[in-house]
Design a protein around this ligand. Structure first.
Ligand SMILES: Cc1cc2nc3c(=O)[nH]c(=O)nc-3n(C[C@H](O)[C@H](O)[C@H](O)COP(=O)(O)OP(=O)(O)OC[C@H]3O[C@@H](n4cnc5c(N)ncnc54)[C@H](O)[C@@H]3O)c2cc1C
Length: 344
């Protein structure tokens, strides 16, 4: 590899976590470089919010804001303070020494003194063409009840939840606040969810379950009107009228490119060994957003941990004598994080 000066800080990703980390790092004169990824069927620069229309729960936008506009604003704010951006995936990493090494899809290996992983996660979908179409156009198909359940068009409607794990139970119970009825559609005859979560859902008078049933199509032109269901025992098909579909069959963290290089949880998320910290098992490597979080999965929590990762990376670099690591402009934001020892 040709001799090169290592980057101070490379950030991998392009959702709320990545742009917040970039904003803080740029304002701290770290000259961050973001690899925002390439567009593909499963991922798009800008992250998961690029697939959604109205966001009503990101603070500061009382009238709501479109997902693409929010991400465009976050990126512009980071770039305005000097963040450099490459539209490439990081396909491979080598964290066996320091500087850390990263391989972008089309260019040579890059070295970095510190790295922030903000590569996010993907909601799992059933995989039906009409499901995808209506999810992308805000047509009443969603993978997040907390995000979308309060939208006026779901009020007093029959809402379907697909899944049988804890997330499906949680989504179904949450949706009873708005729906006239919630129907959980599950392909087996018992739930995978923990007993306490399943019992809570089953005891709710607004929730009923369609057991041994698969969704084979989503019906509706601009907005969902129903589901085509198949009985998995008899094979019989029928249509059910619904006013919304919430798919709760899990998430997949974007960690394939990290395998074997950093400790992951049993579910494949990047592990953070210290509570309330974004440090990982690798020195100088920090993580933020949905790729470390299988619990909250919100834009605002991703942004919050993006801030934390940038501040921790900055402290790590300052502690290890990187000259560019000057105190951030926002002194108050830094002091609120605590004065613990640098981590890693
Ligand atoms: C349909 C839908 C609607 C939602 N609505 C809301 C809502 O209303 N409110 C809310 O708070 N939350 C909502 N969420 C959740 C929210 O989108 C996520 O919590 C948030 O986007 C997570 O941000 P993140 O920065 O961790 O990463 P992500 O948004 O997941 O983005 C990560 C991005 O990084 C890039 N990337 C991945 N791997 C690589 C790599 N190897 N190299 C380079 N780049 C890479 C990809 O472009 C990827 O898209 C919604 C989610 C979905 C799916």
């Amino acid at each position: 590899m040709a001799e090169q000066t290592p980057e101070n800080l490379v950030i991998i990703g392009s959702g709320p976590a990545a742009w917040t980390a970039a904003l803080y790092a740029a304002r701290a004169n770290l000259d961050p470089l973001v690899y925002e990824g390439e567009p593909s069927r499963q991922m798009i620069p800008g992250g998961q919010l690029m697939w959604t229309t109205d966001i009503e729960n990101y603070p500061g936008f009382p009238e709501g804001i479109g997902g693409q506009e929010l991400m465009d604003r976050m990126k512009r704010q980071a770039v305005q303070f000097g963040t450099r951006v490459e539209m490439e995936n990081i396909t491979e990493v080598d964290f066996s020494g320091h500087p850390l090494r990263l391989k972008p899809s089309f260019s040579d290996w890059v070295e970095a003194r510190a790295v922030v992983i903000a590569s996010g996660a993907r909601a799992n979908w059933i995989g039906l063409p009409n499901e995808e179409r209506l999810a992308r156009t805000g047509g009443g198909v969603s993978a997040c009840a907390v995000c979308d359940g309060a939208m006026p068009f779901y009020r007093d409607r029959v809402l379907a939840v697909v899944g049988g794990g804890d997330s499906a139970m949680e989504e179904a119970t949450y949706l009873t606040k708005f729906a006239s009825e919630v129907v959980i559609i599950h392909r087996r005859d018992s739930f995978r969810a923990s007993k306490v979560m399943a019992d809570r859902a089953l005891a709710d008078p607004k929730i009923r379950v369609e057991w041994n049933t698969s969704v084979v199509d989503v019906v509706g032109d601009d907005f969902i009107t129903g589901l085509r269901l198949r009985d998995r025992i008899t094979g019989a098909e029928r249509e059910m009228e619904v006013g919304g579909l919430f798919v709760a069959i899990g998430h997949t963290p974007n960690t394939d490119f990290l395998k074997g290089q950093v400790e992951l949880t049993p579910n494949g998320y990047v592990k953070t060994p210290y509570a309330w910290r974004t440090a990982t098992s690798v020195p100088a490597l920090f993580v933020c957003g949905d790729v470390m979080d299988d619990y909250y999965r919100q834009a605002v929590t991703a942004a919050g941990t993006g801030c934390m990762a940038a501040l921790e990376a900055e402290r790590w670099l300052a502690h290890h004598g990187v000259e560019q690591a000057k105190p951030p402009v926002l002194e108050t934001a830094q002091s609120s994080v605590g004065q613990g020892e640098p981590i890693g």
